[in-house]
Design a protein around this ligand. Structure first.
Ligand SMILES: Nc1ncnc2c1ncn2[C@@H]1O[C@H](COP(=O)(O)OP(=O)(O)OP(=O)(O)O)[C@@H](O)[C@H]1O
Length: 643
């Protein structure tokens, strides 16, 4: 690969990315015959064998390179200094590098900087400096410098004066990356070991706090939220925005709610909610644009004679519990001829009845006749989780001086992975506002309803309680004695011993298991959130690439995409996305893409080699510099025609 043809990197109209073939001692035209001056300089060049292996077999057999004497074991020739005339031409490594012509703005460095601080302190500084708000230098300031990695140390006078180091450059010899915050590697290119007096290779510190490290390919999914969670959230999001079918004959607007969409069939045989028929709609609030559930209870001649009917709703709306569907408000409506209670909407919620009790549609195994699908039995662990969540909701309600009044498989929702929420609270309180409420008795009834729900779930049947003996026997066959005890306690006769506290005594240490599992679930979700956080940053970067690359209005202006910042971005895009394997097949490696983009976003000092499409030129450039290119090209768009 040749580096001679680098002219297209230059942008004559500006100093941006001015890459020119070296002159004076780094003559671009490769000369096959070494000039006398050149032979002299070869004799001054450290022998690679010494650098790599510590000795050279050909030292006394005509090797023309420099070999250190015993009294001077340094591999660098005594009169060698990293000056312009003695440094190796860029052609030798086929890799020109970018170095800012003016230095990166660094914080003032104390005079003691000449003796570098310990490595650890430097590494920390490096991390903070790379994330500092001063940011990388504009790419306008970069210019090709073959001495970028020479081991130049400013003299005491220069370092004593902060300005001299920070703002003042002595020609092109000071490496702007040679700051106290960098490890030695920052003064080196990995290839230096082959031609300079730097036998050690110190790895550049990675800014782990700024980007995720690449993971083995088989762990790729860790970069993204896991499939099951993604699918579930996508489904919910789709359901929220499902548009109602036209011609349903529903009001366009109902007390500040619009876009009503029934969540159940409103025709055919309807089950009763107590002695009422209820229908659930999803509707959007005009106030906040959020979806809510309207439960409409069609009650003939239902009249609210006083606001007192809604006092229970006020109490209920103050009950905020993770296992209760929150009530927002209630109203009656003539247009709808009903009482409407508004609840929080949990997209893709399923009732316990639909999930566990409702007979499933028959399956057709291999076309050989019909067979009813077997009900999936709830596992003991899941059942305990349901029990604990409902008991917890019950406690909150009883503590608030209320009673649940409806605990039925058709009114308890599963709103996520084993997440239970009791819906339809408060409705009965409004409907029966004119009858005297004996709260302790109603609370005892809650236990009873809860017990029947446990039997229904264990036996996957609603009518199970018609034959109690059989129900107990069935439950005992499928579940532990502890479950059986809880179920029997719940359906036992009311009495002073039957309190929510007693119920929790029976649940015992299972509560801790539930608590532990819910904490683990929170940890898992936090982990998922982290991966999404990373993705958000990368999407912003990809958007910038989208804005910059292949702009049609500049299609005829080759200079726009073939010079300066944009050319580097174009080559970087090839490096990230368009690599091919040794057979010319596209390499589709998501880990590579994510790693590159993360490093770019963090603007790390690590350098990569970009290769032109004709493979005639290459360019060594750091992520930090590419990042500066991206932001300058993007800013240029914003200030220009794109507005
Ligand atoms: N707060 C809510 N958020 C999301 N969906 C809900 C909510 N409340 C109820 N639903 C859904 O609305 C549908 C109907 O609920 P409903 O309580 O009427 O159940 P049902 O089984 O149809 O009972 P019924 O026979 O008494 O009407 C169910 O699929 C349920 O998941």
């Amino acid at each position: 690969m040749a580096t001679g043809d680098l002219a297209f990197f230059s942008r004559p109209s500006s100093s941006a990315v001015r890459i020119v073939a070296p002159t004076n001692g780094h003559d671009p035209s490769p000369s096959p015959k070494p000039s006398p001056k050149k032979s002299e300089s070869i004799a001054q060049r450290p022998c690679r064998n010494i650098v790599i292996y510590g000795s050279c077999k050909f030292q006394d057999k005509g090797c023309i390179y420099y070999h250190p004497q015993r009294d001077n074991p340094s591999p660098i020739p005594p009169n060698e200094s990293p000056t312009l005339s003695n440094a190796l031409p860029a052609q030798s490594v086929n890799a020109p590098v970018f170095v800012p012509k003016t230095p990166v703005v660094q914080p003032a460095v104390p005079a003691t900087v000449a003796s570098p601080p310990p490595v650890e302190a430097k590494a920390n500084h490096s991390q903070s400096s790379s994330s500092s708000s001063s940011g990388p230098p504009s790419f306008e300031e970069f210019e090709y410098d073959p001495y970028a990695y020479s081991n130049f140390t400013p003299n005491a006078d220069e370092t004593a004066n902060g300005d001299s180091l920070v703002g003042g450059m002595h020609g092109m010899q000071h490496n702007p990356y040679d700051t106290p915050g960098m490890l030695e590697y920052d003064n080196q290119d990995p290839m230096d070991v082959f031609y300079a007096g730097q036998p050690t290779f110190v790895r550049q510190p990675l800014n782990y706090h700024l980007y995720s490290q690449s993971l083995p390919e088989n762990l790729e999914p860790r970069y993204f939220v896991s499939d099951d969670i993604r699918e579930e959230l996508q489904r919910r999001s789709e359901i929220i925005y499902t548009a109602p079918a036209p011609g349903l004959g529903l009001p366009d607007e109902l007390q500040g709610y619009h876009s009503l969409l029934p969540l159940e069939t409103t025709t055919g045989d309807r089950r009763k909610f107590g002695s009422w028929v209820s229908t659930v709609y999803r509707a959007i609030s005009s106030k906040d644009g959020m979806p809510y559930v309207l439960r409409r209870v069609g009650v003939e001649n239902f009249r609210v004679t006083s606001q007192a009917a809604f006092s229970a709703i006020e109490k209920w709306s103050r009950v905020r519990h993770p296992n209760i569907v929150t009530i927002r408000e209630a109203f009656t409506t003539r247009a709808f001829g009903a009482l409407v209670v508004v609840y929080d909407y949990h997209p893709n919620a399923k009732t316990l009845f639909d999930a566990h009790v409702k007979p499933k549609a028959p399956q057709f195994p291999n076309g050989h006749g019909r067979m009813p699908s077997s009900e999936a039995k709830i596992s003991e662990r899941t059942l305990w989780s349901y029990l604990i969540q409902i008991a917890s909701a019950l406690k909150a309600v009883h503590d608030a001086g209320l009673s649940m009044r409806v605990i039925d498989p058709s009114k308890v929702l599963i709103t996520g992975q084993n997440r239970i929420r009791i819906g339809s609270c408060g409705i009965v309180d409004v409907l029966m506002h004119d009858t005297r409420q004996d709260v302790p008795r109603l609370q005892q009834e809650d236990f009873n309803m809860f017990g029947r729900l446990v039997f229904s779930l264990c036996c996957t049947s609603l009518g199970v309680m018609n034959d109690l003996q059989k129900a107990v026997a069935n439950l005992g066959k499928g579940y532990s004695a502890d479950i059986k005890n809880v179920a029997l306690f719940l359906i036992s006769k009311p009495g002073p011993h039957k309190t929510i506290g007693q119920l929790f005594d029976l649940i015992g240490s299972r509560l801790l298991t539930e608590f532990d599992e819910s904490q683990s679930a929170a940890d898992r979700l936090e982990g998922e959130l982290m991966s999404e956080l990373e993705n958000g940053r990368l999407v912003r970067l990809l958007c910038k690439f989208g804005f910059i690359n292949e702009r049609p209005e500049f299609a005829r202006d080759a200079r726009w995409s073939e010079t300066g910042d944009r050319y580097i971005i174009k080559l970087f895009r090839d490096y990230v996305f368009h690599q091919v394997d040794e057979h010319g097949r596209p390499v589709v490696n998501l880990s590579h893409v994510l790693t590159c983009l993360n490093k770019l976003d963090a603007g790390v000092e690590e350098r990569i080699m970009l290769i032109s499409r004709d493979e005639q030129s290459c360019l060594v450039v750091s992520y930090k510099e590419i990042k500066a290119c991206v932001s300058s090209a993007f800013n240029e768009l914003g200030l220009g025609e794109v507005g």
